[in-house]
Design a binder for this molecule. Structure first.
Ligand SMILES: Nc1ncnc2c1ncn2[C@@H]1O[C@H](COP(=O)(O)OP(=O)(O)OP(=O)(O)O)[C@@H](O)[C@H]1O
Ligand SMILES: [Mg+2]
Length: 346
């Protein structure tokens, strides 16, 4: 069905040469320096980069809040420069939270009132707004909190309310700026589940920024890595990790590690290889696919394998390879989550 395929592959965000320079008397900052990107309908795309990389600036341009210095874009079928109102009608935007208590909500307003007001902003009838609010409070785990003042919500509840506010008018694209910053690990993974649910239930396209590697890895179909205002890499997280670093395979052999190393270094896809005691550690392009042939080659020489470990490189390794800098210092999961990422996955 070619028509259907065309629809599924349709670009919902397309930007060319998007740039923004901030000028002041003290000088100018090239915050975004020529970003090209395409997001397909129904994709969850992560914009990953360290502090000051240009993520928020790009998002603010794509959501019409900031005029680009250069470049063009279409968002949900509307031209960013010629039809900003058209863009605004079709998108939802949840800005980056500033501090623990700030955000897009009125602290003294009740949750239900906030949703109704937001509905009015988008010209929904009172009935439509109530229906949407009912649906969203259910889907985002806010049911029962309608009469609570926004200031009494927990960080996770407030973030979910902000997302509900961004979704009240059933946008086709949702922009989320650092959706889980400041949340505890459980609230983060709950929110990931809600974001996935949006796509599954409603087909919403989600474009989010993050500087958390585990978030990009766990949630996104595709990742764009931005640094110093430019996209420096893009791909499916798994692919990106492979392309840059390969898999790390560690084999422990029964005897003769030097001989084993010589055999293994001739195998396809093997890059760096080193022996330490009876363990041989190597970087392999497609670890899982290369393993059977490696084991056969060792076996043919009478060398038995005692243990095997396959570890995927993390997105942090990717970032390090690309920029020479680590992202890990920025991540709240630097201690707990990162250790989990480094354990080999089956
Ligand atoms: N209004 C502004 N005036 C001057 N410079 C700005 C302005 N807004 C952003 N910048 C600068 O532009 C660069 C990119 O900022 P941006 O907020 O887009 O980064 P970010 O990737 O969202 O970072 P973070 O992870 O900290 O949110 C930074 O150097 C920032 O200081
Ligand atoms: Mg930002």
């Amino acid at each position: 069905m070619p028509r259907l395929r065309k629809r599924v592959d349709m670009a919902i965000i397309e930007a060319h040469g998007l740039a923004r320079t901030f000028r002041s008397r003290r000088g100018s900052v090239d915050a975004v320096r020529g970003v090209d990107l395409t997001v397909k309908q129904g994709e969850i795309v992560g914009f990953l980069g360290p502090n000051g990389a240009g993520k928020t600036t790009t998002l603010r341009m794509l959501t019409t809040l900031l005029r680009p210095t250069a470049g063009t874009a279409t968002v949900a079928g509307a031209d960013l420069l010629k039809d900003p109102l058209g863009v605004r009608r079709r998108i939802g935007y949840v800005p980056q939270a500033i501090g623990a208590t700030a955000g897009g909500t009125d602290p003294n307003c009740q949750v239900g009132e906030e949703l109704a007001t937001q509905g009015r902003v988008y010209r929904l009838s009172a009935r439509q707004a109530a229906e949407r609010a009912g649906l969203l409070t259910g889907q985002l785990d806010l049911a029962g909190l309608e009469r609570r003042q926004c200031k009494t919500l927990s960080g996770g509840q407030r973030r979910r309310l902000e997302i509900a506010l961004g979704l009240i008018h059933s946008p086709v694209v949702l922009f989320l700026d650092e959706p889980t910053t400041g949340l505890d690990p459980q609230s983060r993974s709950n929110l990931w589940q809600h974001i996935r649910g949006l796509r599954e239930r409603l087909g919403t396209t989600v474009f989010l920024t993050t500087h958390y590697l585990d978030e990009a890895d766990a949630l996104c179909d595709r990742v764009l890595v931005i640094d110093n205002g430019k996209i420096i890499a893009e791909g499916v997280p798994e692919e990106l990790k492979r392309r840059i670093s390969g898999d790390v395979v560690t084999l422990s052999v029964s005897r003769d590690p030097e001989r084993a190393q010589a055999i293994l270094s001739g195998q396809p896809g093997v890059r760096e290889i080193a022996a330490e005691g009876r363990a041989i550690r190597m970087t392999v392009t497609h670890g899982e696919e290369a393993l059977p042939a490696m084991l056969r080659a060792l076996d043919a020489d009478g060398i038995a394998m005692e243990s095997i470990q396959l570890a995927r490189p993390t997105l942090d390794d990717v970032f390090l390879t690309l920029t020479g800098r680590s992202l890990r210092d920025d991540s709240p999961s630097a201690t707990a989550g990162d250790a989990a990422q480094r354990t080999p996955r089956s």
